[in-house]
Design a protein around this ligand. Sequence first.
Ligand SMILES: Cc1cc2nc3c(=O)[nH]c(=O)nc-3n(C[C@H](O)[C@H](O)[C@H](O)COP(=O)(O)O)c2cc1C
Length: 183
Amino acid sequence: MLENNLPGWRQDLKSSRKKEGKSPSNRWIQLATVDEKNEPRLRTVVFRGWHKDSSMIIFTDRRSKKIEHLKSNHNAEVLWFFLKTKSQYRFKGKISELSDSKNYWDTLSEKSKSSWFWGSPGERINPKVQSSCEKLSQIPKSENFVVLNFEIDSVDLLKLEQPIHKRYLWEKIKGWEKIEINP
Ligand SMILES: Cc1cc2nc3c(=O)[nH]c(=O)nc-3n(C[C@H](O)[C@H](O)[C@H](O)COP(=O)(O)O)c2cc1C
């Protein structure tokens, strides 16, 4: 733990993010879930900030496949890669839905809000549904808007460095002690 009680890996991550610069892609992470056939499923999502010291917020659509997966298996992994520092963070944990999503909805632009009124993700496109709320100026919170809380249990950081790569592991169960492991 750091002095301010944040898990130590938060400082490493902060430093990687800072060096990466202020690009929207700095917040793109890869989220893996396990489907009903016990097969891995992976997609890019946006990191929307921290809920608690070691839990991340992700917004999604209730009709998306990941919601089905999470109903039967709440285990997930998030991968966050930083090009400038050649750092790969692998976060393992569990996902639940936050019941109070209104405040998060209010942070979205009107353009972004409208995407929750598009047709069901993955279904055959219907141009009429696509434009259903584009003329509204104030968009009410969509029933499809879901805020996911990804509660992190462990963090595995691999840094490609010369002459030897570095790899560290933090586990919540071990009080987030930083352990150096073989790369
Ligand atoms: C750059 C980028 C950012 C994305 N951000 C999100 C996001 O924040 N939430 C989300 O649910 N899907 C996001 N998507 C779409 C997902 O990658 C995915 O296509 C969608 O969530 C459906 O996935 P699923 O059917 O496996 O649930 C993003 C895609 C890209 C390319």
